[in-house]
Write a protein that binds this ligand. Structure first.
Ligand code: SAH
Length: 213
């Protein structure tokens, strides 16, 4: 597993690209420039790793587009020590970005193959999420709630209630909502029953699957 000067150079170009697309926060850009994305792909497709594109990984899933990862991460407004729940671990790329920002990350994946692979892989790169869970993200993670923020990295046909109820007051849920196309949506919990909602345009994700799909 190598991360060479060439890879680092390609990452700087990628950071430049996502900056021109509107990502502003320095610490997010720094995280993207630190995570060796090529190592999260099956056999290091160098040509693809540092294009700003989603890419297929095993089990019919994808590693999210870097711009999308950066966009969701900006919306999370991560502070060091934040307790964050991610739904859809996948390759672990978003998990690694959150670890770079000093978050305590809990992440749930429903595909067993991916779960196992990523659990072994992340520590090899020095990323130590608090907990990786094999299970169904629709339920959130009640035993570890409440969270400073929750990020869903698959397209949700609706907003699962448990995710809203597992936020701290002041906590943020970033979730792409919709069937074929998703609207990136941010919920901020202002009070026990009061949520502020903001929408940020269209994105495309693989679906957040319900069990037995
Ligand atoms: N965060 C990943 C994106 C992976 S794509 C990255 O950075 O690359 C979305 C992931 O969500 C897939 O791995 C998929 O298997 C997973 N997923 C889909 N439905 C789910 C559910 N109900 N619970 C948990 N994970 C789910």
């Amino acid at each position: 597993m190598k991360d060479t000067f060439k890879h680092k150079g390609l990452r700087q170009k990628l950071v430049h690209i996502i900056k021109t697309k509107g990502i502003k926060e320095e610490k997010v850009l720094k995280a993207i420039s630190n995570v060796p994305r090529h190592l999260f792909m099956d056999s290091g497709f160098l040509d693809h790793a540092y294009q700003d594109k989603a890419f297929p990984i095993s089990a019919d899933q994808t590693i999210s587009q870097p711009y999308t990862v950066a966009f969701q991460t900006e919306l999370l407004d991560v502070k060091p020590g934040d307790k964050i729940l991610e739904i859809g671990t996948g390759s672990g790329y978003q998990t690694a970005v959150l670890c770079e920002l000093g978050a305590k990350v809990f992440s749930i994946e429903r595909q067993q193959e991916l779960f196992k692979k990523t659990k072994i892989f992340l520590p090899k790169l020095g990323y130590r999420p608090k907990k990786l869970i094999f299970g169904d993200g629709y339920m959130g993670l009640e035993e570890e709630a409440p969270f400073d923020s929750i990020v869903v990295t698959a397209g949700a046909p609706f907003v699962p209630k448990p995710l809203l109820s597992q936020l701290k007051i002041g906590g943020r849920l970033v979730i792409p909502v919709g069937e074929d196309v998703q609207i990136m949506t941010l919920f901020i919990r202002n009070d026990i029953k009061e949520f502020e909602q903001h929408e940020f345009g269209e994105f495309r994700f693989v679906p957040l699957l319900e069990d037995k799909n």
